[in-house]
Design a binder for this molecule. Structure first.
Ligand code: ASP
Length: 323
């Protein structure tokens, strides 16, 4: 049997529902603690209760603490794989942060639940067992951080929460899951080709994410850019375009050496400098905007944050984002 470290951070998987009111919240005793007998049929488990937070309370500073905790525990050489339980709201951001931060070939799997522990059809224990099975599989090595929910295995870079409440919420719209679980086996169908890591020691930078919309004017944009920014991610339209009203502010940021990264609010495809009109991608590219290929806004923000924290030069930023 493999040795798996199970790190709990909170989320619905750690919560129970009040049967009278329907409200869902944390409890004194972690609901999965009483399931050890079942989980230990699949691996030898050590539990670390690191945080007990709903995932909207998770910040990049806490993600770094989690990453450092994993690093420390891996150095003991006791574990064949790591499983992290996490709230689903920001699970994809934590998973991608760990993907870019951790330097390990061992399987690191993040899972959660859409239904709390005592709800009918609760998916917590099932997803946890699936995550332990994936973390125990030799085939899961060197795949970066994986997201396992609802019998599917996704990469941290492309998994995203697509439904507010459906248990099949995590999807990778661009390429699909890279693997799946059946009752008997763990299968991988795609090879993960992009293993990149950035060592950081602290999280200090201010990198907001802004989504454009038809008719956006300068007001909101100016309010954000008036704060001391270290970088900005913009979710633009389609192939990578924004309304002309915000172009001057973008150009000003770039003149002030603040990197501006563009992604698309379309959730498939890649941004590219195609259109040559004010706010069009070609003009944004000429002004020095960086085009982040295929990442969502929230993932591009995590990546820019880590790159800035690791003192990446502007040239390297461009190479990394546009690769
Ligand atoms: N709001 C919850 C959280 O992210 C949702 C969940 O865990 O599924 O903590």
């Amino acid at each position: 049997m493999k040795n798996i470290l199970l790190i709990h951070t909170g989320g619905t998987i750690a919560m129970t529902e009040n049967i009278d009111t329907g409200s869902v919240s944390t409890t004194k005793k972690h609901p999965l603690a009483s399931e050890d007998a079942i989980i230990s049929q699949f691996a030898k488990i050590d539990d670390d209760y690191l945080f007990d937070l709903p995932s909207p309370h998770i910040t990049p500073i806490l993600m770094l603490q989690l990453g450092q905790h994993i690093e420390k525990r891996l150095k003991t050489n006791r574990y064949d794989g790591i499983v992290i339980t996490h709230g689903t709201d920001t699970l994809e951001e934590t998973a991608y942060f760990l993907d870019l931060y951790l330097q390990t070939k061992k399987p690191v799997v993040v899972t959660g639940a859409m239904r709390s522990s005592n709800e009918v059809g609760s998916d917590g224990l099932y997803n946890l067992i699936s995550a332990v099975r994936v973390a125990s599989a030799i085939e899961s090595e060197e795949k970066g951080v994986l997201v396992v929910m609802n019998d599917e295995i996704h990469t941290a870079a492309y998994a995203t929460k697509t439904s507010t409440s459906n248990i099949a919420t995590f999807k990778s719209p661009q390429f699909g899951p890279i693997g799946m679980l059946t009752k008997q086996k763990v299968y991988f169908y795609h090879k993960w080709i992009s293993l990149e890591t950035y060592q950081v020691e602290s999280i200090t930078k201010n990198v907001p994410l802004i989504k454009v919309y038809a008719g956006i004017d300068q007001t909101l944009f100016n309010a954000i850019t008036a704060t001391s920014l270290d970088g900005l991610v913009i979710e633009g339209f389609g192939q990578g375009n924004v309304p002309p009203a915000i172009v001057d502010s973008i150009e000003q940021l770039i003149k002030n050496n603040v990197p501006v990264v563009l992604v698309s609010r379309s959730f498939k495809g890649v941004v590219q400098p195609t259109y040559d009109y004010p706010g069009g991608g070609k003009q944004l590219k000429n002004a020095g905007v960086l085009f982040a290929k295929g990442l969502s806004g929230q993932k591009a923000r995590i990546k820019l944050l880590l790159l800035l924290e690791s003192n990446c030069s502007p040239d390297r930023l461009e190479t990394i984002f546009e690769a």
